[in-house]
Every structure is written in structure tokens, then in C-alpha cells.
Design a protein around this ligand. Structure first.
Ligand SMILES: *[C@@H]1O[C@H](CO)[C@@H](O)[C@H](O)[C@H]1NC(C)=O
Ligand SMILES: *[C@@H]1O[C@H](CO)[C@@H](O)[C@H](O)[C@H]1NC(C)=O
Ligand SMILES: *[C@@H]1O[C@H](CO)[C@@H](O)[C@H](O)[C@H]1NC(C)=O
Ligand SMILES: *[C@@H]1O[C@H](CO)[C@@H](O)[C@H](O)[C@H]1NC(C)=O
Ligand SMILES: *[C@@H]1O[C@H](CO)[C@@H](O)[C@H](O)[C@H]1NC(C)=O
Ligand SMILES: *[C@@H]1O[C@H](CO)[C@@H](O)[C@H](O)[C@H]1NC(C)=O
Ligand SMILES: *[C@@H]1O[C@H](CO)[C@@H](O)[C@H](O)[C@H]1NC(C)=O
Length: 457
């Protein structure tokens, strides 16, 4: 009788532990975020190309080495103008196999994707790692840019108190990361309410010192973050030497060992002498404890799932339906666009890019517009299209061409921008006036926002 009870208790505890463990699961595939690749390119079959190939494969194989941990910088080629400098860094909490697959994926992508494959310099961010290379020696120096920000489209309701908690927690996370001499990495949690936590992460490349790391992180927290992500449910700022991220769901692995299972609750079963009376009360206590723990865990799990469901939409994919209201004012019908562009007449065509053609037009109210008509063969799906609109609509940037609206009708995917006679930001960045902007000016532009919106790509 008693031993049956013990079996039952053991079974319930096992169930409870399994249940708690399964409530946090992490994706295993590396998740690409963003890349910035220079327009300046090396010549094919040059020494630089050979060196770069050597460098990328060396980074990739170093990452698979169990002894490497999470960071490596290396140089390929003789010390001359063809030298390539490169590094990778993995997020401080991820296991080495995921680090290796992330770096492997990134180096592959750097050498194969159209935008980067002949670039002299590049930096690529994933959720799990960063890979960067350049013809300039950049080790142990803090780069001013390029930067990239990513914000959740959903605002917190209690913004004021949330922001106070956010900046306070991020500051502490930054201090701790800077002081961490091995990894320059830290995570911290804050309490929003009984059921909701704030999760923060900060990391620097370990080739810079404590002071540089702290000031790099502080500038993201106090200057970039308020512009992109204050009051939103999640956000990230990524720079070549330091990154921060916050969410209201756990997105990193806990670095401390999980607290042991509540084994102390189970009384030692070999209290041989005492018969029925005492052991029966013990069993009753154990059962009711276990049952209440399970009930609590189910409630907690449910609340957390609910919280996470509504908040894990940083990439906007699943939750688009919920956001549609914010897009309503932006939707145009096809007839309006056709009228504005003279039925997409060839005279109105002002450009052509990888995704389709661009027309100049005039709206009924006299506003001049540039209409980007995505080709129907475009690989961009409806969801990506809506994501782009949401992202552009959300971001305000003085150098960005303003998005006026969009049209999604009869296979047509159309973006409508304000018409700027001088051309878009991208024209300045990558077009014919390239020589007028120095790299540092470009970095400043990119720093402002990395959600470049181009009407010609
Ligand atoms: C580079 O080398 C490959 C073969 O090694 C050759 O097919 C290609 O034409 C070369 N390209 C240039 C630009 O020299
Ligand atoms: C990077 O990796 C190379 C080869 O795997 C090794 O020789 C070098 O010491 C590493 N550098 C750092 C900073 O860990
Ligand atoms: C590389 O060459 C530059 C001058 O060309 C020199 O200042 C530097 O110390 C050299 N670096 C190494 C590692 O030899
Ligand atoms: C790196 O490449 C850029 C663009 O091609 C060039 O302007 C710069 O001088 C190069 N730097 C070095 C150290 O070779
Ligand atoms: C990189 O990761 C993506 C997504 O997980 C995957 O589809 C792709 O095949 C990977 N590429 C390489 C070279 O590992
Ligand atoms: C979020 O809050 C900011 C200001 O704090 C506001 O400008 C923005 O429109 C809000 N976004 C949504 C989706 O409510
Ligand atoms: C975070 O640190 C910055 C820089 O030291 C400071 O200006 C800011 O007030 C701090 N914020 C909080 C909430 O402590």
C-alpha cells in the first residue's frame, strides 16, 4: 500500500519535472538577422579573394573546435594591402555545436549571397552569432557602425514604469557584461509583474577592454534604444562590437544550473518503525503538496504561454492579423494607383530594380509619389510584403523616403513612397553619387536606422 503511494508520488514528481523542462524549448537552426556589405568590391581571382576564402573557412573550422569557446579573430595573407582580417563571436549562452553551425552558416552565406560575395568588408548578424571581415585591421578597436535595430511592433501598456525598469536593468546588464573579463557577456531579469519578467542581454566582443565595452553598450542603451524601442515589448540594437537585446519572454539559456527538483518534499520512506498514523499524514502532505505544485505549474505555464504568444512577434510573422488595424490608413486601391501613374505608362517609368519597376505618379490631391510595383515573379511573399510595410511604417528617419501606403490587390504588390527628386537614401548610399559620401557619413546614416527602404531594389 505504502509502496504504491511512493510509486505514485515518484511518478507525479517525474511528470512535474518533465513538464517544467519541456516548457522552455529553443530553436536549433541559426536564425539570420541582417547583413551590411560594402559596395566596394575586390577583383575576381585576386589575392584578396583567395585570402578571404581562406579566412572564412578558417573561422568556420575554428568554430567547430571544441576548445575555441565562442570567439576568435584571425588574419589571412601576408601583412600587406591584400590582408583580410576577420572574427566571429557567438552569443555567450549558446552551446558550442550551435555556435559552430551558426558560424558555418554565416561564412557560407557571406561567400555566396549576391550582395556580399565580392564585398571588401562585411558584417553579418544572426540570433546566435556575428561574423565580420575587413581589409582594415579592426581588432581591439570599437567601430562606430554600422548598426542595426529591431523592434517589436507591440507597445507595453504601462510604458513609463516599464521604461524605468528597462533602462535600469539594461544598465546593470551592461555593467556586468563589461566586467566579465572572459566573455564580456551578461543576462539579467527584471520583474514587470508576478507573471511577467523582463529579460535582458548585453555582449561585447572580448577584444575590447572593460571601459570601451561599457561605453559602447551605454551608447546603444541611451541613444539608439530610445529611438527604436522605448516602450515596445522587445528590441535589439546590434553593432559590430556590442549588442543588446530585451524581451518579455526568456530567449537565452540560463547560465546557472537549474535549481534541483523539490526532492526535499519527499520524506525519507524508510521510517520503518512508525506504522500507519505518521506515514499516512506524511503521504497526505506529500500528495497535497505535489497536487498544488502541479496545479500552480499548470496555471503558471498557461499564463506564460499566453504572455509569450502575444509577445514573441518581433519578426511580425504570425501576428500580422493583429496588426492589420495599424495599416488600414495606408491601404490604397489599385484603381487609384493606376490613375496616378497613367495606367503604369512607360512614360512614367523612372527606374527598374531587382524586385520590379518604379513609376512616378501624382495622386488626386496633387502629391507626387514613387510607385514600386513588385514583379509578380518576385520571391517576396504576401507576408514578407506586409512585414516590410509594417517595418517601414513604424520607422521614422530623416534620411528615409517616407512610405505613403501600399496596395495588395489582384496579384499586385505595390509600395507607394513620397517622390523625392534627389533620389532616395539608397541612391546616395550606393548609387551614382557614391563619391560624395565618405564611409563615416554612411555609417552615420546607417546608425540612424538600418531598416533601409529602397525603391530601386
Ligand atoms: C577566374 O578564374 C576562373 C577559373 O580559375 C576563370 O574561369 C575565370 O574566368 C577567372 N575570372 C577572371 C575575371 O579572371
Ligand atoms: C583563433 O584560432 C586560431 C586557430 O584555430 C588560433 O591559433 C588562435 O589562437 C585563435 N585566436 C584567439 C583569439 O582565440
Ligand atoms: C604590418 O605592416 C605595417 C606597416 O606596413 C606595420 O606597421 C605593422 O606593424 C605590421 N604588422 C605586423 C603584424 O607585422
Ligand atoms: C580597404 O578597401 C577600401 C575600399 O576598397 C580602400 O579605400 C582602403 O584603402 C583599403 N584599406 C586598406 C588598408 O587596404
Ligand atoms: C543556414 O540555415 C538555414 C536556416 O536554418 C538553412 O536553410 C540553410 O540551409 C543553412 N545553410 C547552411 C550553408 O548551413
Ligand atoms: C507605441 O508608442 C509610441 C510612443 O511611445 C507611439 O508613437 C506608437 O504609435 C505606439 N505604437 C503602437 C502600435 O501603439
Ligand atoms: C543608465 O546609465 C546612463 C549612463 O550612465 C545614465 O545616463 C542613465 O540615467 C542610467 N539609467 C538608469 C535608469 O539608471
Amino acid at each position: 500500500m505504502a509502496s504504491n503511494m511512493e510509486v505514485l508520488v515518484f511518478f507525479l514528481l517525474t511528470l512535474l519535472i518533465l513538464f517544467l523542462n519541456s516548457s522552455t524549448s529553443y530553436a536549433q537552426d541559426p536564425n539570420f538577422l541582417y547583413q551590411v556589405c560594402s559596395k566596394s568590391s575586390f577583383t575576381l581571382n585576386s589575392t584578396y579573394q583567395t585570402n578571404l576564402k581562406t579566412l572564412l573557412s578558417s573561422l568556420s573550422s575554428t568554430a567547430t573546435n571544441q576548445n575555441t569557446l565562442f570567439f576568435n579573430n584571425t588574419i589571412a595573407g601576408k601583412n600587406n594591402s591584400e590582408t583580410v582580417y576577420g572574427l566571429f563571436m557567438c552569443r555567450g549562452d549558446i552551446p558550442s555545436n550551435l555556435c559552430a553551425s551558426c558560424v558555418g552558416n554565416a561564412t557560407q552565406r557571406l561567400s555566396t549571397n549576391k550582395e556580399c560575395s565580392v564585398s571588401v568588408t562585411a558584417v553579418m548578424w544572426y540570433d546566435e552569432c556575428m561574423v565580420r571581415y575587413s581589409n582594415n585591421s579592426f581588432f581591439s578597436t570599437v567601430a562606430e557602425g554600422p548598426g542595426y535595430v529591431l523592434a517589436s511592433p507591440t507597445n507595453m501598456t504601462n510604458q513609463e514604469s516599464f521604461n524605468r525598469l528597462l533602462y535600469d536593468t539594461l544598465n546593470k546588464t551592461a555593467d556586468e557584461a563589461a566586467a566579465n573579463s572572459l566573455k564580456k557577456f551578461a543576462t539579467k531579469e527584471g520583474k514587470i509583474s508576478i507573471f511577467q519578467n523582463l529579460y535582458c542581454l548585453a555582449q561585447c566582443t572580448p577584444d575590447i577592454d572593460e571601459r570601451e565595452c561599457r561605453s559602447c553598450l551605454y551608447s546603444l542603451i541611451n541613444s539608439d534604444l530610445p529611438r527604436c524601442c522605448a516602450g515596445t515589448q522587445g528590441g535589439r540594437v546590434l553593432y559590430p562590437n556590442c549588442v543588446i537585446r530585451f524581451e518579455i519572454y526568456p530567449f537565452y539559456r540560463s547560465l546557472t544550473a537549474p535549481t534541483p527538483a523539490p526532492a526535499g518534499v519527499v520524506p525519507s520512506p524508510n521510517s520503518a518503525g512508525s506504522k500507519n498514523g505518521r506515514s499516512r499524514t506524511a503521504i497526505v502532505v506529500v500528495i497535497s503538496t505535489v497536487v498544488s505544485i502541479i496545479v500552480f505549474a499548470i496555471c503558471f505555464h498557461y499564463m506564460r504561454r499566453k504572455a509569450r504568444k502575444s509577445n514573441s512577434n518581433i519578426l511580425l510573422q504570425e501576428n500580422f492579423g493583429r496588426e492589420i488595424t495599424t495599416l488600414e490608413g495606408l491601404q490604397f486601391d489599385l484603381a487609384t494607383i493606376a490613375t496616378a501613374t497613367n495606367n503604369f505608362s512607360p512614360e512614367n517609368k523612372i527606374g527598374k530594380g531587382g524586385f520590379g519597376e518604379v513609376y512616378k505618379g501624382t495622386l488626386g490631391d496633387g502629391r507626387d509619389i514613387a510607385v514600386k510595383r513588385l514583379s509578380t515573379s518576385s520571391t517576396q511573399g504576401s507576408i514578407e510584403f506586409k512585414n516590410e510595410i509594417l517595418l517601414i511604417a513604424k520607422l521614422q528617419h530623416r534620411n528615409l523616403v517616407a512610405l505613403i501606403g501600399f496596395c495588395l490587390e489582384e496579384q499586385e504588390k505595390i509600395l507607394i513612397y513620397e517622390y523625392v527628386p534627389n533620389g532616395s537614401l539608397d541612391y546616395f548610399l550606393f548609387g551614382g553619387q557614391q563619391q560624395k559620401l565618405s564611409w563615416s557619413e554612411r555609417y552615420k546614416i546607417i546608425e540612424g536606422t538600418a531598416f533601409r527602404s529602397s525603391i530601386f531594389t
